[in-house]
Write a protein that binds this ligand. Structure first.
Ligand SMILES: Cc1cc2nc3c(=O)[nH]c(=O)nc-3n(C[C@H](O)[C@H](O)[C@H](O)COP(=O)(O)O)c2cc1C
Length: 233
């Protein structure tokens, strides 16, 4: 199983260690690529919209493409982010902005419609859900059909400060989560994703997309007709 891990932090704290526990417990043969943000992508979307016409013209194309190529080739995506002020970390948000053309409203990638994804967050007290939600939402809009999450309050500022009892609970949770992930299955695409895709196709048909280039992309894939990305897998 090809797995890409995107850590929304450079350091190996509680969030990273929870993700690592999950990975370590996945029992099938794995090929893992791992990235740390901002170390591996230290850029923010410039808002120039050059990507709408030509994604390779994004000022940060070279840097982000290294990560996006790995993602496209993966069966499973794992995103980890600490809760920072009831939201994902800023580098994780920056990554989501830099990949916005992958959204169903722009140029969705066919390969996304058979992937599974996991979003992990840790928080000191409250807010893991709020950190997870924007990441899971972006994945939904990429067309990823199977998205699960794990958020936990660790009552600590770092992994060393997490009580042994809490670590044991996390280990137990990750073992059980990993069991599901170890079975390689093709997830089915939900009605919600299908309806959203059809809405976006209608938007492109009505010339309400961001550019004629986008409409052409949809036409070339046959998506303005009967073709659907999940049917070609
Ligand atoms: C900038 C910043 C903002 C944070 N905001 C919150 C918060 O809103 N609520 C909370 O309970 N913990 C908050 N925390 C604590 C972290 O979410 C928590 O310690 C987390 O487990 C850290 O994960 P890490 O060890 O992977 O860095 C914040 C920490 C930092 C550094």
């Amino acid at each position: 199983m090809k797995i890409t891990v995107i850590n929304g932090q450079n350091h190996k704290g509680s969030t990273y260690n929870i993700g690592k526990m999950l990975l370590d417990n996945i029992s099938c043969e794995k090929n893992v690529s791992e990235f740390f943000l901002p170390k591996d992508l230290n850029c923010f979307c410039a808002g120039c919209y050059t990507c709408i016409e030509d994604e390779t013209k994004c000022p940060y194309y070279k840097e982000k493409n290294v990560i996006l190529r790995e993602i496209e080739q993966s069966d499973l995506l794992v995103f980890t982010t600490p809760n920072y002020c009831m939201a994902p970390s800023a580098p994780m948000k920056a990554f989501m902005d830099l990949s916005f053309t992958y959204w169903l409203s722009h140029k969705p990638r066919e390969c996304m419609f058979n992937k599974r994804a996991v979003v992990i967050s840790s928080t000191a007290g409250m807010g893991a859900k709020q950190a997870i939600k924007p990441v899971a939402r972006a994945l939904f809009y990429w067309g990823v059909p199977w998205i699960k999450s794990y958020g936990i309050s660790v009552q600590a500022m770092n992994w060393n400060g997490v009580l042994q009892k809490k670590k044991a609970k996390i280990e137990k949770d990750m073992k059980s989560f990993a069991k599901t992930l170890s079975k390689s299955t093709t997830p089915s695409v939900s009605i919600k994703t299908k309806l959203m895709f059809i809405m976006m196709a209608n938007m492109q048909k009505s010339n309400l997309g961001s550019s004629p280039t986008e409409k052409k992309y949809w036409e070339e894939h046959g998506w303005l007709g009967k073709e659907r990305p999940w049917k070609r897998q």
